[in-house]
Ligand binder design. Structure first.
Ligand code: PDD
Length: 294
């Protein structure tokens, strides 16, 4: 990122727009003291947000899951976010959205203050074409998170510790298993395996975030006639599967080359490649369509 791009990184903070680097939130904001908030990460392609409606729908579910009512309608939020993206002028970027229970004297009891709402645009490198997609190495880590992973909570300490356990051992991402060796998802991505010709991923819920990339890929797979099953996989079943990949808004798809001590693949598998190409085609279609309409 060059200096010019950094200067375009803008934030909307409780109704004020300012350069991201100048934004400040008080030390008694409940996000800071209690991790009492939820968030979203939305990818911008061609200067347009991809699947913004789905992200805002999940934001609403997450915030109602922790009993915060969004201080703005989804329609108004969409308008404000789109206008901030246009003002930033950034083509390849992300929007980070966060809502916390607000700023009040420290007390576990819910305060009566208004929530803190912010969203900012940050520059990102352009997406890598599917035929140059990078591989990742997974390390298995025991899942010590709470049982409401469908809420996209800003309380990410177990995820942060798991990710860094993986990184410090020379891996790229942590794959969570429970006490019965069943897989859920990764520290910041969903996990898929191709078993035979069937695409398998754990159902969203207590231990799995309903990832937006995950949902788009399930739709793409069904449309392409690839059988899909949402069911838990054991670590052993995953290791024996044909292809493994992980997904998230910012990474799209990454194929798994190694898992713990096992070599999984030497190159990206055909179904992973097909799905990634179809995903990028959909991104292009949808971001171009909005641009033409707008
Ligand atoms: N993380 N699971 C977890 C635990 C995640 O944190 C994420 C995304 C995903 C993928 O969800 P989606 O496809 O909606 O991005 C799954 C974001 C990108 C982050 O924390 O930066």
């Amino acid at each position: 990122m060059n200096g010019q791009e950094a200067s375009r990184e803008l934030i909307w903070l409780n109704g004020r727009v300012l350069p991201l680097s100048e934004a400040r939130v008080g030390v008694e904001d409940r996000g800071f003291q209690f991790a009492d908030g939820v968030y979203e990460v939305v990818r911008i392609y061609n200067g347009r947000p991809f699947t913004l409606a789905q992200h805002l729908h999940r934001l609403e579910r997450s915030s109602s899951g922790i009993k915060i009512s969004l201080p703005m309608s989804k329609r108004e939020l969409t308008r404000q976010i789109e206008s901030l993206i246009v003002r930033s002028g950034l083509a390849d970027a992300m929007v980070y959205i966060q809502v916390t229970r607000g700023e009040a004297g420290r007390n576990h009891q819910f305060p009566t203050c208004p929530p803190t709402l912010l969203f900012y645009v940050r520059s990102l490198p352009p997406a890598t074409p599917a035929d140059e997609a990078v591989s990742v190495k997974l390390k298995t880590v025991v899942d010590e998170r709470w049982k409401r992973c469908w809420i996209k909570s800003i309380a990410l300490l177990p995820n942060v510790l798991a990710k860094n356990e993986a990184l410090s051992a020379g891996f790229d991402e942590a794959a969570f298993i429970d006490g019965e060796n069943m897989l859920s998802e990764c520290s910041a991505s969903n996990l898929f395996a191709v078993v035979g010709r069937t695409l398998v991923t754990a159902a969203a819920g207590a231990s799995v975030l309903p990832g937006i990339t995950r949902q788009v890929l399930l739709e793409i797979a069904s449309d392409a006639g690839i059988p899909v099953e949402e069911k838990p996989l054991s670590l052993g079943q995953a290791m024996e599967s044909e292809e493994i990949f992980i997904t998230s808004t910012t990474r799209e798809l990454s194929w798994v080359s190694h898992w713990d001590t096992h070599r999984i693949a030497r190159k990206c598998g055909p179904i992973t490649r097909q799905l990634h190409e179809a995903y990028q085609a959909r991104v292009l279609r949808e971001t171009a369509k909005i641009r033409a309409a707008g």
